[in-house]
Design a protein around this ligand. Structure first.
Ligand SMILES: Cc1cc2nc3c(=O)[nH]c(=O)nc-3n(C[C@H](O)[C@H](O)[C@H](O)COP(=O)(O)O)c2cc1C
Length: 428
């Protein structure tokens, strides 16, 4: 998908979205939360919703449970904690998100599922409901996602709404959007694992034309399509006209840098491994990012588990081992110690003085030869799997998107772009 992007363009994009002490100093200032763009897209109320939001609680684990086939959708994207910040509700989802801004939307086409109208639905996380945008019969989304016949089952479409993140993070949001999208892809994969269903990635189609079919305005872009179900041999026509256009935020104000860059990218095309562990529902709905780590060290078993796990999730990874009784502290590259030492202070500074990371046991840094949407989504989809495994083992985890890029590269002795980091350690 990204072959058209030259190496120069990719490194320009990396540099352009890098954090430096100067840029951080310029950016850090007062944020008026009253001006936060809306975090949940809302389709018009006259559309049919399933189930009716009034009959369900947004925090219930099984609102769609009347139809087991829909559970995989509900577990893919839902609010799992609702609190208050000041007088505003504060929602947290089953997916983590940089700054908890959630620049993501999710849609599904359901076809041939007993008890459900076949159609294209918006997954309305706010109301824990499915909003029917268009019924499908002879027509469907299949031709727009590279399928020439009707597909029985569920087709998931993940989209990015950059302004929700750009509003706070400016151009750095390019990265956060795709990392959040990777977590969303990982969450779908995890829900399918729990429901014992197998997911396929669809990527052989034109993303631009899918954006048009979905009715996306220039503020929303599809970035991943996944399918659970089976192909049929029945012909299908493209939906005509495209779906209705609904703005994904209540207002929009952008310099269009991110939208322009996103238009150059395609959709998720990585070949991801099936999860090689069994996901528990509890881990999906109780997942939370660690906000602190305990000074205690992780057990030998936990430590070995997560060290070995990292070896499977990325071709290029570094671990900064901050504390362990079982291995020497220092920087490891693909399991080999390249720099011994105690680096809690250095790593805290490199991660923009986020002091809680200094108490973690290890910081995992994912790098790649290329810097593009696909690599970012892949890094985060794999990180999501690690996140759920930490949750199941009672270990703390937090994704880290804020770091001084060039300085961290220098510290790690790598020229590869840094995609994503996560901290793992004992729960505080
Ligand atoms: C892409 C990404 C980047 C993140 N970066 C940071 C970070 O730099 N520092 C931090 O403390 N948390 C970071 N987080 C964690 C979020 O702050 C957290 O997911 C959010 O507050 C919601 O909380 P929850 O994950 O418990 O639902 C990041 C999460 C994601 C997905």
């Amino acid at each position: 998908m990204d072959e058209c992007l030259s190496a120069q363009k990719m490194s320009d994009l990396y540099e352009h979205t890098s954090l430096t002490p100067l840029r951080v100093a310029h950016k850090s200032g007062y944020i008026d939360w009253a001006s936060q763009p809306s975090m949940f897209k809302q389709y018009p109320k006259f559309l049919y919703t399933f189930p009716h939001p009034k009959s369900t609680s947004s925090l219930s684990l099984t609102a769609h449970a009347k139809n087991e086939a829909l559970k995989v959708i509900e577990l893919s994207r839902k609010i799992t904690l609702q609190t208050k910040r000041g007088d505003k509700p504060y929602y947290q989802l089953n997916t983590p998100s940089a700054g908890n801004l959630h620049p993501i939307e999710l849609y599904v086409q359901i076809r041939g599922v007993k008890g459900v109208i076949s159609g294209i639905y918006h997954v309305d996380a706010l109301n824990n409901a499915l909003v029917l945008i268009r019924e499908v019969e002879q027509e469907g989304i299949e031709p727009s996602v590279g399928l020439s016949e009707k597909f029985n089952g569920i087709i998931f479409i993940v989209s990015i709404v950059p302004y929700r993140s750009e509003w706070k993070y400016g151009e750095r949001a390019f990265r956060y959007c795709y990392l959040d999208a990777g977590h969303q892809i990982g969450a779908i994969k995890a829900a399918a694992n729990f429901c014992q269903q197998s997911v396929t990635i669809l990527s052989e189609f034109d993303a631009k034309s899918l954006n048009t079919q979905m009715g996306f305005l220039n503020q929303e872009f599809c970035c991943g399509v996944l399918a659970i179900g089976s192909k049929t041999n029945r012909a299908v026509k493209k939906i005509e006209p495209p779906l209705m256009q609904v703005a994904p935020t209540d207002y929009y104000e952008s310099n269009d840098f991110i939208a322009t860059k996103i238009r150059e990218q395609g959709v998720y095309s990585a070949i991801f491994d099936e999860n090689n562990f069994v996901v528990e529902e509890k881990a999906i709905v109780q997942r939370r990012s660690a906000r602190n780590f305990a000074p205690t060290k992780m057990s030998k078993e936990q430590f070995e588990y997560f060290m070995q796990l990292d070896a499977n999730v990325s071709e290029s990874w570094h671990v900064v081992l901050l504390k362990s009784d079982f291995m020497e502290a220092g920087v490891y590259k693909n399991s080999k110690l390249i720099k011994a030492g105690h680096f809690a202070k250095e790593i805290t500074e490199l991660l923009i003085n986020q002091s809680f990371v200094g108490n973690a046991s290890m910081i995992v840094v994912i790098t790649a030869k290329q810097f593009n949407a696909n690599e970012l989504m892949n890094a985060a989809a794999n990180a999501h799997s690690v996140h759920l495994q930490t949750q199941m083992q009672g270990v703390g985890f937090s994704g880290i998107g804020a770091f001084y890029d060039a300085k961290l590269q220098k510290f790690l002795q790598t020229k590869e772009p840094i995609l994503y980091l996560y901290a793992i350690g004992s729960n505080a």
